[in-house]
Design a protein around this ligand. Structure first.
Ligand code: ZN
Length: 412
């Protein structure tokens, strides 16, 4: 394990004027699930503090945990486990195939391709495609599904190696990875150099505006180094030689931006419209984030009060979703085994392990019907529709879900 490094300046522009946004305290590393053999209290924690760059408005956390400690052996996140993510990436692939009119003469590279959940749709059309994925478990699953995958972290140096090996691409896909990258400008510049003439890159990133408005503070964790508005993203990509030509707003992950970029091109009407909206909101100004920390603290207090009141009334409470975001929510709200019995999760790779820090055991969803807790705290709230549908029988028998945010409430 390596030491966490505190940043000296903005990850994009280097400015050392970093304005405090929220301090979530020391939290365990998300997705580093504890095994029953790990001694109690041994789970690694690191500071989790959000700041905004006073120059380019990039919102970011103040420490960088070495990527190998976050995404290496044991990283349990397989995109294909979630039906909602499978559907999202199938639709994304269809949209990209149509928009960029790709055929077998083109090449597609996807960065952080996970288990090939999106790239398999290009492979199925006979389009030469290469995935880049540093987590060994998902990379092996992708290869098993027929998707060529390189076990690596993408950066400018790898981009040049790939281009030298004949992997210059017409389309580079980077969904939910830019926020993970310690040097995002080098990453963007590498993509710009990897693109063939006329090629495009498509990024998906969680939208800071939706995070702030939806009080989705639990999407802040050590894997997510940066939190983007279109304004800060355009500035960052520009430093790497990419221009944003189009933007779409997506509902996935509590609100995301899909940005189409290229080394040259003219921003379309959607870019101008979202820029104007962010300017009205002040998304690039500290004023937009003023009060966020207080609102999150009040949300924490209301959630704790609700759980305490239910427990006082004799409720037995479980949780659903051993997701990365659950680590932040449980740690910041101080929720542990005194309040919650276990966490159910669909991913069999997590069963038998425990949430880091609070050590809530992770069990199969079938346990809900066996144990019939009266309430289930929905930690994976971004998949609420999917989970409520899967748990129709639990609800029919009288079980109730608790939605933690933006306002804690019991779903009738
Ligand atoms: Zn900056």
């Amino acid at each position: 394990m390596g030491l966490a490094q505190a940043i000296r300046g903005c990850r994009a522009c280097g400015c050392d004027r970093l304005l405090p946004v929220i301090d979530l305290g020391r939290t365990p590393l998300a997705d580093r699930l504890a095994s029953p053999d790990d001694p109690p209290g041994s789970d690694r924690t690191e500071p989790l503090e959000l700041v905004m760059c006073g120059a380019c408005a990039l919102v970011q956390i103040t420490v960088t945990v070495p990527p190998a400690d976050l995404f290496g052996q044991g990283y349990p996140y397989h995109s294909s486990v979630s039906p909602a993510l499978r559907a999202h990436f199938a639709a994304a692939a269809a949209a990209h195939l149509g928009r960029y009119r790709l055929d077998r003469h083109h090449r597609v590279v996807e960065i952080a391709s996970n288990d090939g959940v999106m790239l398999r749709h290009f492979v199925a059309r006979g389009i030469p495609a290469l995935g880049i994925e540093p987590s060994p478990g998902p990379a092996a699953a992708a290869r098993a599904a027929g998707v060529s995958t390189l076990d690596a972290y993408f950066d400018g140096a790898l981009a040049d190696r790939l281009a030298g090996d004949g992997w210059s691409a017409d389309l580079v896909l980077a969904a939910n990875v830019l926020a993970h990258v310690p040097d995002p400008v080098d990453f963007a510049a590498g993509i710009a150099r990897l693109l063939r003439p006329g090629g495009h890159a498509v990024f998906e990133v969680p939208d800071l505006g939706d995070l702030v408005q939806g009080l989705a503070f639990d999407t802040i964790y050590h894997q997510h180094l940066c939190y983007f508005s279109l304004t800060s993203l355009e500035a960052l990509l520009g430093r790497g030689g990419l221009r944003v030509v189009d933007v779409e707003r997506l509902a996935i992950h509590g609100g995301s931006l899909r940005v189409h970029a290229a080394p040259a091109g003219t921003p379309g009407a959607a870019v101008a419209a979202l820029r104007a909206m962010e300017q009205r909101q002040g998304a690039a100004s500290p004023a937009f984030l003023a009060g966020f920390a207080e609102r999150v603290a009040r949300l924490r207090d209301r959630l704790r009060d609700l759980l305490a009141r239910l427990a006082g009334e004799g409720a037995r409470i479980a949780a659903y979703g051993a997701a990365a975001k659950a680590t932040t929510l449980l740690a910041y709200c101080g929720i542990d085994r005194t309040t919650v019995d276990f966490v159910a999760d669909l991913n069999a790779r997590k069963w038998g392990l425990a949430m880091p820090g609070c050590r809530l055991p992770i069990v199969p969803p079938a346990r809900l019907l066996e144990a019939m807790p009266s309430h289930v705290l929905l930690l994976a709230w971004n998949f609420a529709d999917e989970i409520l549908a899967q748990q129709a029988e639990y609800r029919r028998r009288g079980g109730r879900f608790i939605l933690p945010l933006p306002e804690p409430r019991v779903i009738a």
